[in-house]
Design a protein around this ligand. Structure first.
Ligand SMILES: Cc1ncc(COP(=O)(O)O)c(C=O)c1O
Length: 362
């Protein structure tokens, strides 16, 4: 029988929103010939203890996971210096970003963020249909004076920021948070690679939460895990709103094992920081202007001549892909001639630099 019904339309804000476009994830068959430096994953495998924990947990998949995340919250709390009621695990930081907006941005409310920054904040705001206030960083990648006066419900600060890799000093975030009226969300996705962090602010101030992803330094992007630290009142509000079983049996086991294996994390972060210096040195020797990076990626300017020759950022991404290297370009003011490159292993970096030399001279 023919039906006369149509697909219903979603909320206006969803109909109008632009979808977030993630970086290219190549097919497994392409991975052998492509070097993947486009989505800031870890070039090293996860800790063997994490893999063993997942194996041990696998038979438990028949049952629902622990909705209270008890063991993970205790372990992460111990490691990061918070009581368990001040910790929450998410299905990636992205889930936590959306959860915070749903909980703290009322109808007709607003979200504050910086420009350029992580695009998911915009996607979340568009999806909710709330006002998004995007304020440019100062020339030296700091918060402009008076930013705290913005009347918004939430402020998302990626710190270190993406795609720039730059860091706003903790004292400046503190000064902002002490004046701002809304909730300050310091997204420290790259915090393990930085010289400073805002965890102390999440312990001390009633309006600051700090978010850590396990996708980068912990090498668990494929498992989807994020951690949130902050005031118990904020955590308990989010707990009410989250899916009861937002983390699976396997995610919970992996996250607990990962936070407890400090030696493995430290070793990988050390290796990545050393490789970052190698990448920055390689680019600087070739005359490229590189932004100071406190992350596991580097943003650099191709310069007007090379950018024009390759077709700006998008053309350069294509040319490097043809040479077997995936990197990322972001649109935005001042970013037309920039590329963002993830810090891979030393040999991946060397292969990237060879590819860059090749597209320069072609
Ligand atoms: C600033 C920032 N926050 C959050 C995320 C997402 O983290 P997750 O993989 O935990 O969702 C990313 C990922 O690239 C990021 O750059």
């Amino acid at each position: 029988m023919k039906t006369k019904t149509k697909s219903p339309r979603p909320r206006m804000s969803v109909e109008k929103m632009a979808a977030y476009v993630p970086g290219e994830q190549p097919k497994p068959s392409e991975l052998g010939r492509l070097i993947k430096l486009n989505t800031n994953e870890c070039p090293y495998p996860p800790s063997p203890r994490v893999v063993a924990a997942v194996r041990r947990a696998a038979p438990g998949m028949r049952l629902y996971p622990d909705p209270t995340q008890k063991r993970l919250r205790e372990a992460a709390g111990k490691v990061y210096g918070f009581s368990p009621d001040r910790v929450l695990g998410g299905n990636g930081s992205d889930e936590l970003i959306a959860l915070i907006a749903r909980a703290y941005v009322p109808e007709g409310g607003a979200i504050l963020t910086m420009k350029p920054t992580y695009l998911v904040y915009r996607t979340v705001a568009e999806g909710l249909g709330c006002r998004l206030v995007e304020v440019p960083f100062t020339k030296d990648w700091r918060l402009p004076a008076g930013l705290w006066k913005q009347r918004t419900n939430v402020f998302y600060l990626a710190n270190p920021n993406s795609p720039t890799g730059t860091l706003v000093p903790t004292a400046e975030v503190r000064r902002f948070a002490e004046r701002f009226r809304g909730l300050v969300v310091v997204d420290e996705a790259y915090g393990d690679f930085a010289g400073a962090n805002c965890l102390a602010l999440a312990r001390e101030l009633p309006n600051v939460v700090v978010m850590r992803t396990m996708s980068k330094s912990y090498a668990l992007a494929g498992l989807r895990l994020g951690l949130l630290f902050g005031p118990a009142e904020v955590i308990s509000s989010l707990e009410k709103l989250k899916d009861s079983y937002n983390l699976s049996v396997l995610q919970l086991a992996a996250a607990e094992a990962a936070v407890l294996d400090r030696a493995y994390l430290k070793r990988n972060v050390g290796r990545i920081k050393r490789s970052r210096a190698r990448l920055i040195g390689g680019l600087a020797r070739r005359g490229f202007r590189v932004l100071p990076s406190e992350s596991n990626f580097v943003l650099f300017h191709l310069g007007p001549k090379l950018a024009a020759k390759l077709g700006e950022g998008p053309g350069a991404v294509k040319a490097l892909r043809a040479e077997g290297v995936l990197v990322r370009h972001y649109r935005g003011e001042g970013l037309a001639d920039t590329l963002r490159v993830t810090v891979g292993t030393d040999s991946e970096i060397d292969r990237f630099l060879v590819a860059l030399d090749a597209v320069k001279t072609e």
